[in-house]
Design a protein around this ligand. Structure first.
Ligand code: CTP
Ligand code: MG
Length: 220
């Protein structure tokens, strides 16, 4: 199986509040996007396309290995992945979509996603259980209901797809649609999405505390 990956890295990182786009923020001295690309390659991906903020293309080119292709991202994650997908060659039969904001995703997670695709899944996501009591609140913030959590899952990336399935699902999606992940795009097209075990180390860097945790993780 020939697997390509799209790394969504075109966001600004407004919640992190750094002095540069989040994907270029250093973790142990190396930009987050470099860690994310390393994990994909170590897990079995052969081609990588990174979607970048157009104004920062040179900085990404300087940070990433020569074989990595850069594509201008869009105003939303959905638009960025759409642009990356157009560049993720037709020679790939599988496409993984990953967040640069998950720099320490273990290669084993990548390998589990690829293995599920190799055995016939058309779409697969890494997931983790919900461990906290989870509730619904009303408009005043008062608890209205508790949610049974046994079947709830937190969804991570990389998410893997049969390439033709993902291309068709994006083609069928309204141009203005904005979904938080790619599994939602294929589900909107009626395709079942399988799951494999995720990993806490694949946590997303969203706020400054997440970067502190990531620094501790690499220092171990
Ligand atoms: N992303 C992207 N294009 C966008 C917006 C987001 O490629 N227009 C990417 C980000 O670079 C990130 C991933 O999607 O790797 C997940 O998004 P998120 O964690 O929300 O990152 P940002 O949008 O950059 O952060 P924020 O929402 O805090 O501004
Ligand atoms: Mg965002």
């Amino acid at each position: 199986m020939h697997a390509a990956a799209i790394v969504a890295a075109a966001g600004s990182g407004s919640r992190l509040g750094a002095d540069r786009p989040k994907a270029l923020v250093p973790l142990a001295g190396r930009p987050l996007v470099c860690w994310a690309v390393d994990g994909l390659l170590a897990g079995g991906v052969t081609d990588v396309v990174v979607t970048v903020p157009p104004a920062e293309r040179d900085a990404f080119a300087a940070a990433l290995p020569a074989g990595v292709r850069l594509v201008d991202g869009g105003a939303t994650r959905t638009a960025s992945v759409r642009a990356g997908l157009a560049a993720a060659g037709p020679d790939a039969d599988a496409v993984l979509v990953h967040d640069a904001a998950r720099p320490l995703t273990p290669p084993d997670v990548v390998a589990r996603v690829l293995a599920a695709l190799a055995t016939g899944a058309r779409a697969v996501v890494p997931v983790l259980p919900v461990v906290d009591t989870t509730v619904v609140v009303d408009d005043d913030g008062v608890v209205a209901d508790a949610v049974p959590r046994a079947r709830l899952r937190r969804v991570q990336t990389p998410q893997g797809f049969d390439r033709a399935t993902l291309v068709a699902a994006y083609a069928a999606l309204d141009d203005a649609a904005e979904l938080t992940d790619d599994a939602a795009v294929v589900r909107a097209a009626g395709i079942p999405v399988s799951t494999v075990p995720g990993d806490e180390r694949a946590a997303k860097v969203t706020v400054p505390h997440d970067l502190t945790l990531a620094e501790l993780q690499v220092a171990r």
